[in-house]
Design a protein around this ligand. Structure first.
Ligand code: AMP
Length: 585
């Protein structure tokens, strides 16, 4: 397919904030693809719509083109002085919009002779497959002279593009292509475009929860139809989207889950989904990326101590003291993210894996089995030792028992507890934050002791001691239905000078010219950010807000608690949870 068609779709999608209109643009586009019967680029189209080059469970090699090179390319291509290009870029804050403006203007000034010299100005010819081949080449070119090679390839691509295509091409090259359409909206568009039946979105979403590579799923949908999508199940080495927990006031937990329920310690580590087949073990993070290389010791322990082939289990990996007696906080575990000197870090930060769920056993899916069946099977296959244990759990029959267990959990240094339904229908809800799991991190005496995960959407420049760094940030929570991030609070305290510096630097990557379409915010910060970076905050209480009117709530005395690098924007606290926290005060 021609890149031109996709650029037109991006442009249509960017022209609206209404979900229904987006779905219509997408479904018309997919209907066209279906009629054309040409599906080879479909997966790539989906990834680009998701703002990525490959599925979110894979990694594309780094493109590695310095901004200076891109400015050079744009200057050479347009014949406009580098200095002028830079000036426009600073004003616009977005390389794509800069390219479009410069090139569209140049186009109106071109003579017939120029068009003959450069025919693609009239008939852009770039194919999506060609774009990918070129991107691979750019990414893989290394060493001396590689910047020139990269620049040459980029210029070749630019010559084949219209100004509108160049806008998106340069955003792709600089990893800033975010069209602002959520995965759920794409799924709606796929259902309508390929099957004509809106409700088929549920089948596609279910398949996506088991196999979160929407490009793969779309190809199956196009080539084989919805019945084949329905058959998509768990695949070894493809992480299942993780089940998440909701929050309700502690007095309502018993009512929500029924009794008996099971409560477990909520540990302060990092979630791991483990796929084991024979002697091969893969560890996936909460963001569904493979992180086995951070934990070679955990992989070894699993191979030695879980004798079953072909299982998928889940647990929390926690940093321990050198006697494996005391659990250490998440910040200590974060040291394991280092990519070098892994052997030294393993010795410095010993870890224990605390298991709590089983999703597949000897090729049989356990996802639709009730929690007790899953837990029992897990107990059967694990022989506990220092580095590998089961999460502590207890059957609970009353709120008093629940609180007693909660207090014990807190005394032993845990974040709180997870209450889990053990009823017949207590299946593993992949990709869902339902009410079968409820987390309780603590509410005492009307004061909010629970934390909230927000995504940073904007910031104000600091003053005084904080000149040169951001002084105040705006954090938002998630409306999962609309796929929007709703402003919730401003916060400025709790950041050390060191963290303030590094966060300001880190946020450069996410700065955008305008408020992102997915963000709803009544504040007007000095800079806007793409919602990417997740932060945990605590505060005194949830209050009714006169400022953040869309949400209607805010936080009193919010304080930065810690960065949550293992969480993505889809994992943050939801609007529903904020309401429930307010009600529980
Ligand atoms: P939260 O990050 O506050 O939404 O809480 C959910 C996270 O708690 C999960 O993703 C796990 O990483 C972690 N967790 C800790 N202990 C447990 C447990 N016993 N069961 C499930 N999740 C747990």
């Amino acid at each position: 397919m021609k890149f031109k068609n996709l650029a037109n779709l991006f442009s249509d999608l960017e022209s609206t904030t209404k979900r229904l209109e987006m779905i219509e643009f997408l479904s018309n586009f997919f209907e066209g693809v279906k009629k054309s019967n040409k599906f080879e680029d479909l997966d790539k189209i989906i990834y680009l719509l998701q703002g990525e080059l490959v599925s979110n469970i894979k990694k594309f090699p780094k493109i590695g083109l310095a901004e200076k090179m891109i400015i050079d390319a744009l200057s050479l291509h347009s014949g406009i002085d580098k200095k002028k290009v830079k000036e426009i870029l600073i004003k616009k804050g977005d390389i794509g919009a800069t390219a479009e403006q410069i090139l569209a203007k140049r186009r109106t000034q071109m003579s017939l002779f120029d068009f003959e010299e450069s025919p693609s100005e009239l008939e852009p010819s770039l194919e999506i497959s060609e774009l990918y081949t070129a991107l691979q080449k750019i990414a893989l070119s290394e060493g001396t002279g590689s910047q020139d090679v990269k620049l040459g390839i980029l210029r070749g691509l630019m010559r084949k593009c219209s100004p509108l295509e160049n806008k998106y091409l340069l955003r792709i090259i600089t990893s800033t292509l975010r069209v602002g359409v959520s995965t759920l909206t794409i799924i709606d568009g796929l259902a309508l475009g390929f099957t004509g039946i809106k409700d088929n979105r549920n089948i596609i979403e279910k398949a996506y929860n088991f196999h979160p590579d929407l490009g793969d799923i779309t190809k199956i949908l196009a080539e084989k139809g919805i019945t084949e999508v329905e058959k998509i199940g768990i695949t070894y080495g493809i992480p299942i989207r993780m089940m998440l927990a909701s929050r309700v006031p502690y007095g309502e937990i018993i009512e929500k889950l029924g009794t008996p329920l099971t409560a477990e310690y909520k540990l302060d580590g990092e979630r791991l989904q483990i796929h084991k087949k024979g002697q091969d073990v893969k560890l996936f993070s909460r963001r569904l990326l493979e992180i086995s290389e951070q934990f070679p010791d955990v992989c070894k322990t699993l191979i030695e101590n879980i004798q079953v082939d072909d299982v998928i289990i889940e647990g929390e990996v926690v940093a321990m003291d050198s006697f494996y007696e005391k659990m250490l906080p998440f910040q200590v575990l974060s040291k394991r993210r280092r990519k070098y000197d892994v052997e030294d870090i393993i010795k410095e930060v010993p870890v224990c894996l605390f298991l709590f769920d089983l999703l597949k056993y000897k090729s049989e899916s356990y996802i639709d089995k009730s929690f007790m069946v899953r837990r029992k099977k897990l107990e059967e296959i694990v022989s506990e030792r220092d580095e590998l244990r089961l999460v502590k759990s207890q059957l609970i029959n009353s709120t008093d028992e629940l609180l007693e267990f909660f207090n014990a959990a807190r005394t032993e240094g845990n974040e709180g507890i997870m209450a889990k339904s053990i009823k017949e229908d207590s299946i593993y809800q992949a990709g869902n934050r339902g009410f079968l799991w409820i987390k309780l991190k603590g509410l005492e005496g009307g004061k909010l002791k629970d934390s909230v995960d927000v995504v940073l959407v904007g910031a104000f420049y600091g003053k005084g001691r904080r000149t040169g760094v951001y002084g105040t940030y705006v954090g938002a929570v998630l409306d999962p239905v609309e796929g929007k991030f709703i402003a919730f609070t401003r916060f400025f305290s709790g950041l050390t000078d060191e963290l303030s510096d590094s966060l300001t630097k880190e946020m450069e990557k996410y700065k955008t010219e305008k408020k992102p379409k997915s963000v709803i915010c009544e504040d007007i910060p000095d800079v806007w950010f793409e919602p990417e970076v997740v932060i945990e905050i605590i505060g005194d209480e949830i209050t009714i807000s006169e400022k953040f009117l869309t949400l209607g709530y805010s936080m009193r005395f919010p304080v930065f608690q810690r960065m949550r690098p293992e969480k993505g924007p889809g994992d943050i606290t939801t609007v529903e949870e904020i309401r429930s926290l307010y009600d529980s005060q």
